[in-house]
Design a protein around this ligand. Structure first.
Ligand SMILES: Cc1ncc(COP(=O)(O)O)c(C=O)c1O
Length: 372
């Protein structure tokens, strides 16, 4: 077997550790997972019913064109069904973007740090990742424009950004779109868009309506609580969706996922409720940490960076210690944010558990609650 040399530079995606495994490994009875930016509540009741109803059909392949789901998304966003691409999570759509656009020597501009998959799709195709450092944890859109060269095929803006949770107003992205050549695809990854509560909250869909070189990626994994089913979507030029159709696997979105996502879309009132609840919990978490002098990076998403310096342990050991205490969070050191942990907004009790475990690691924590 002769694997492609490109694989040598690619590190396999490291998912957050499963709760059951952490319980067994450390002999714990309580473990909370705040490491994968999942939504802490199960899918909407109506969605669960739709999933159960679809189970009886699992002996049949799903609709390979995801016709009903794409029609529902098209109607919801006021675009043509031909402009809607769906995938097994928006991750699949990112990988398809690599497949249909990238050749060795091409360049892709994105922020650093940002979502790890952007780098991977470059490596797989021998393209050059042009990483533009964040400025004060947020996208430096001017620097990203300046990084575009004749070899640039794609510019990716992650909004809000993973792992920092920061958000750029759509006007900034509009200026970026206006400044880059028409043959450069601008990908706006809005996996966390539904959580945004900023006063100037807007999405990039209006840019897509007026620019053929813009694609907006969204997902059912986050606010809809359906990451276990893997379904995401892209709204963009029809030509791009047709290109995806040539290379994607034939039945890329499974039957349960199609049924669940189509139903989920009908419940925007519940989406709004989840947005409000996330914002309330997010604000409470920030306030609780601030009260003990612990910094966070202002976030518009369902996660935030929490400072891990000035604790009892060196910052690059803190997340390992928290893991052993039952709080699974993501070590920022592995995500390009040394000295920070990326922590998802869980339920109130999950947040309280995390705050309690973290408090035990504070240098002035009383000895009897001191973390290991
Ligand atoms: C910024 C960003 N984009 C895309 C995704 C992919 O989500 P999914 O493949 O579950 O739709 C994630 C997942 O965490 C993400 O953080």
């Amino acid at each position: 077997m002769r694997l492609t040399p490109a694989l040598e530079d690619i590190v396999a995606y490291e998912p957050g550790q499963p709760i059951e495994l952490v319980m067994r490994r450390f002999g714990l009875s309580e473990v909370v997972k705040l490491a994968s930016n999942e939504f802490p509540q199960p899918p909407f009741p109506e969605v669960r019913e739709a999933i159960v109803a679809a189970i009886g059909e699992l002996n049949r392949y799903p609709d390979g064109d995801s016709t009903d789901l794409r029609a529902a998304l098209a109607a919801h966003y006021g675009v043509g069904p031909g402009q809607v691409a769906v995938g097994a999570g928006s991750c699949e759509l990112l990988m398809l973007l690599g497949d249909v656009l990238l050749e060795p020597g091409d360049e892709v501009v994105f922020a650093d740090p940002s979502f790890v998959v952007y780098n991977d799709i470059c490596l797989v195709h021998g393209a050059t990742a042009v990483k533009v450092p964040l400025a004060d944890f947020a996208h430096d859109l001017d620097a990203m424009v300046a990084a575009v060269t004749p070899r640039t095929k794609m510019v990716i803006v992650c909004n809000p950004n993973n792992p920092t949770g920061t958000y750029v107003p759509v006007e900034g992205i509009a200026r970026l779109v206006a400044a880059v050549p028409d043959d450069v695809l601008v990908v706006v990854d809005e996996a966390y868009n539904e959580f945004v509560t900023a006063a100037d909250s807007q999405d990039a869909l209006k840019l897509q309506a007026t620019h053929e070189n813009v694609v907006v990626l969204r997902t059912f994994s986050k606010i809809y609580g359906l990451c276990g089913l893997r379904v995401g979507y892209g709204l963009g030029p029809e030509e791009l969706r047709q290109a995806f159709d040539k290379v994607r696997q034939p039945f890329n979105v499974n039957r349960l996922a199609q049924a669940a996502a189509t139903e989920a879309l009908k419940h925007q009132d519940q989406v709004a409720g989840r947005r409000d609840e996330n914002a309330r919990l997010r604000a409470g978490m920030v306030a609780a940490l601030a009260a003990r002098g612990r910094a966070t990076v202002p976030s518009e998403a369902n996660f935030m960076l929490v400072r891990t310096r000035d604790l009892r342990h060196p910052h690059d050991e803190v997340c390992g210690v928290l893991l052993s205490m039952g709080a699974i969070v993501r070590d920022g050191n592995a995500l390009g944010c040394p000295g920070w942990a990326r922590v998802s907004v869980g339920t109130q009790s999950e947040i309280d558990f995390f705050l309690q475990q973290l408090a035990a690691l504070e240098v002035d924590a009383p000895q009897d609650v001191q973390g290991r």
